[in-house]
Each structure stands twice: as C-alpha cells, then as structure tokens.
Design a protein around this ligand. Structure first.
Ligand code: GSH
Length: 233
C-alpha cells in the first residue's frame, strides 16, 4: 500500500508519542508532525478534541483512509493496529501470531504504560513524598518487568517477531531509572531493549521533537495543566 499524502500525526515527545513515530519510521511512510504541547494545554483545543476526545495525544488523521476518505484515530494501540493493518507490516495477519501481538499490545496499554506512568508520578512529580504510592507502583513495574523478562527468555520479541507490541513497550522501558528499576536484574529484557534501541528507525523516531523535551519535575506551570484534571463541560 503506497501512501501519497502524508499521515498527520498529533504528537508530543513522550513514551506514548514515540510509539507512533517508531511505527511510521519503521514503515517508511510520509508523515507530518503536528506538535501538541501538552504542558501548555494544547490538548484541550476544540479542533484537537474533535479527533481525540480524551484530550490525550497521540492521534492521527490519515487523509487516505478507508474508501479513500480521511479517518482520524486516537489511542496509541488503535493507531498501531490501524497502521499495521493498512500497511500489512508489524501486525501479522495469521490469527495465532496476531493474537500473540495483541496480547502484548494490550498488556502494554492497560498495564505497563499506566503503572509506569504512576511510578513516574509518585517518584518524581508528586508534591508530597507518599511512600505508599512510591512503593506500590515501583513494585508493580518491577513485577511487570519480570513478566516481560520471562517472555523474552523464550521469544526474541514480545509478540514473537518484532511488532507493534514492541513499539508500544519500548518507550516505557526507556525511562526505567525513573521507575526505580535496574535492567541488570532482567537480562532478557536488557537484550531486547538494546536490540530495539539500536534500530535506525527507532533512533530517528525518538529524535522527533527531542528539542521540546523538558523536565516536567521542574515545570510547575505544566504540572498545573497536567495534574488534577477533572471533567470539563
Ligand atoms: N491511553 C492513551 C494514553 C495517552 C496519554 O496518556 N498521553 C499523554 C502524554 S504521554 C497526554 O497526552 N497527556 C495530556 C494530558 O494529560 O492532558 C494512549 O495510549 O494513547
């Protein structure tokens, strides 16, 4: 499948954003980056909420969607599946292989991502040091790393072959130190991490918007935007 018009990517350089730049770089399809500065509240702009009603990036608009009409997709897992189906890569069509990829993809979006996110929050950003929260999420990430390590002892990649499941997980292992983890404790995970980080497409993908990456721990204004959100009218 050839893509003539670039895919519009709504993006900020974070673990969830990287998933999609990795997939697009691996596929080698044209894409245009629209930065959504989440520390400045751009995720609440009405035009963005139309394509991503959860006020989270990443999201995409594919001008060449089904039937040749544009389609928007939000939620990183759904975007990875859409791109994998459309371009027939990194998301096998064989049902057994597809199920394995989906298991580890959903494991990431429902487990590793949210738990590592909470570990970052309690360890780095919470204004009070809440030992209970720090311990709970550091331990849970440790458990999840152990699960990955076991899987990777018997499989080269999470879904078997390199796939969207690995692309989803890598960005969440990258900040392992901020999650209080040591990759030396997980040798198979370390082998996997190093292999993926050495891929040229991954290196290119992680560099997208690198200049905008700031330490959220020092940015009180961004913290005000991001933390303590409630339902909006
Ligand atoms: N479940 C979503 C999570 C996306 C997400 O949490 N994105 C964060 C940045 S990593 C965001 O856009 N935050 C904006 C906000 O909290 O308002 C996905 O996998 O796409």
């Amino acid at each position: 499948m050839a893509q003539s018009k670039p895919i519009e990517l709504y993006y900020w350089p974070t673990p969830n954003g990287w998933k999609i730049t990795i997939m697009l770089e691996e596929l080698g399809v044209p894409y245009k980056v629209n930065y959504v500065n989440i520390g400045k509240g751009e995720q609440f702009e009405p035009a963005f909420l139309k394509i991503s009603p959860n006020n989270r990036m990443p999201a995409i608009v594919d001008p060449e969607g089904p039937g040749g009409e544009p389609i928007s997709v939000f939620e990183s897992g759904a975007i990875l599946q859409y791109l994998g189906r459309k371009f027939g890569k990194f998301y096998p069509a064989d049902e057994r292989k597809r199920v394995a990829v989906e298991e580890w993809l959903f494991w990431q979006v429902g487990g590793l991502g949210p738990m590592a996110g909470q570990a970052h929050h309690f360890r780095q950003y919470a204004p009070e040091k809440i030992e209970y929260g720090i311990k709970r999420y550091t331990n849970e990430v440790n458990r999840l790393y152990g699960v990955m390590n076991k899987r990777l002892a018997e499989n080269e990649y999470l879904g078997g072959e390199y796939s969207i499941a690995d692309m989803a997980a890598i960005g969440w292992v990258r900040p392992y130190k901020n999650q209080g983890q040591d990759l030396e404790d997980f040798p198979h995970l370390k082998r996997w991490f190093e292999a993926i980080m050495a891929r040229p497409a991954v290196e290119k993908a992680l560099a997208v918007g690198e200049e905008y990456r700031a330490n959220l721990a020092d940015d009180k204004e961004a913290q005000k935007v991001l933390f303590g959100q409630k339902a909006r009218a």
